[in-house]
Ligand binder design. Structure first.
Ligand SMILES: Cc1cc2nc3c(=O)[nH]c(=O)nc-3n(C[C@H](O)[C@H](O)[C@H](O)COP(=O)(O)OP(=O)(O)OC[C@H]3O[C@@H](n4cnc5c(N)ncnc54)[C@H](O)[C@@H]3O)c2cc1C
Length: 348
């Protein structure tokens, strides 16, 4: 096996794979390697809903969203997996409408408050033309992986954990769980929520000079046994309802848990009673009589964590060493933009 690479990417989640794909386009002829500790994607990407609404709380996120949209549209023409456009309405307080919609890259429009599946309070307003897209994340990831493999420009190693990255005269020495040693000129660390593991903690800490607070955040989405006519985004609560694309007649209900510093250990991050209670209170406010607590608490959902930071991370922390991640629950829709920024720091 060739163990000399120009770029080594840690992590084969959506951000790692987009980084590999875009790097292979930008640096023709470069030796690029992706390494993932698992054989199948089991990170944040696996649990994602992959909803993409083109907005952002800051200009930087709006720009990442715009860039990412372009890449997703380009890939739609190349790969056979098709993302789906979902009719979506947004709900917000009338006083917030202008500020909120100024954060969109398109122009949502007021609609009349009639025949809605959601119960609004007097001050709330409803708008449509959100331009929402969604995909089944693991299917999308597999397609992207197949495309990268077919183009034969990137080598991928699965089931290999990276234990350490050490600097040397020519770049970095990467030590792995099977004793394989990789020499590489550049490293892009896209380890998702594992970025907060002991191994990388010191590196992530270096980001704090830029005032980025990096944590992990628990993200929960419930699976509901019925479909709504449209997707519904409750912007003032950071919660939404959307179709579950891989199961007909089911929906997903996502709400903000506000639980941080959880470890990305499959089976250990679970939905608890406190989450159920909070989620149900909000749900019942907007969709009264659709569910009762007992039936709700028995329903399954998906629950994992993501790297959280106010601004997604695409940062050079030393020459040739870049960290890419921090999607904070938006890392799927922003992945191509984060990836593009990460590789902009590399010079071959
Ligand atoms: C329930 C849920 C719902 C979500 N919904 C949405 C949504 O609707 N829209 C949206 O845009 N985003 C959503 N997100 C967020 C989005 O899924 C994440 O931001 C994104 O998937 C992060 O991608 P990543 O590549 O950084 O991380 P990951 O997908 O976690 O990939 C990191 C990879 O690195 C590998 N790795 C880690 N450490 C090592 C090591 N030492 N050696 C080798 N490999 C390693 C892991 O195995 C993993 O495969 C959601 C997240 C969750 C959990």
């Amino acid at each position: 096996m060739n163990s000399n690479y120009d770029i080594t990417i840690i992590g084969g989640g959506i951000i790692g794979l987009f980084t590999a794909y875009l790097a292979s386009k930008k640096f023709a002829g470069a030796n690029i390697l992706v390494v993932d500790q698992n054989f199948k994607p089991t990170g944040a990407t696996f649990y994602s809903i992959a909803l993409d609404i083109p907005y952002g709380n800051s200009k930087e996120i709006q720009e990442l969203s715009r860039i990412s949209r372009n890449y997703f549209s380009q890939l739609d023409k190349i790969i056979s997996y098709k993302r789906q456009k979902i009719p979506f309405i947004g709900i917000t307080d009338q006083n917030n409408f202008k500020t909120l919609t100024s954060k969109f890259n398109n122009s949502p429009q007021y609609i009349e408050k009639k025949n809605l599946e959601v119960k609004l309070n007097q001050n709330e307003t409803v708008f449509s033309k959100l331009d929402a897209w969604q995909s089944i994340p693991y299917d999308y990831l597999e397609e992207l992986k197949d495309l990268i493999i077919a183009e034969k420009k990137v080598k991928m190693l699965y089931g290999l954990k990276i234990l350490a990255v050490e600097k040397n005269n020519t770049g970095f020495v990467v030590k792995t769980s099977r004793g394989v040693i990789i020499n590489t000129k550049n490293v892009i660390n896209a380890a998702g929520p594992w970025l907060l593991d002991e191994t990388w903690k010191t590196e992530v800490k270096k980001l704090e000079v830029d005032q980025i607070e990096v944590k992990t955040k628990k993200i929960i989405s419930y699976h509901l046994p019925f479909r709504f006519k449209t997707g519904i985004f409750l912007f003032d609560h950071d919660a939404f309802i959307t179709p579950k694309l891989d199961t007909p007649n089911e929906s997903i209900y996502s709400f903000r848990s506000n639980e941080y510093d959880v470890k990305p250990i499959v089976g250990e991050i679970t939905i608890n009673e406190k989450n159920n209670k909070k989620a149900l209170e909000l749900f019942n406010t907007y969709f009264p009589n659709k569910l009762n607590f007992n039936s709700f608490s028995l329903l399954e959902g998906r629950c994992f964590c993501d790297t959280y930071s106010k601004t997604p991370i695409a940062k050079k922390i030393s020459k040739g060493y870049i960290i890419a991640g921090g999607g904070s629950g938006s890392g799927f829709r922003l992945a191509p933009g984060i990836a593009e920024k990460a590789i902009s720091f590399i010079q071959l």
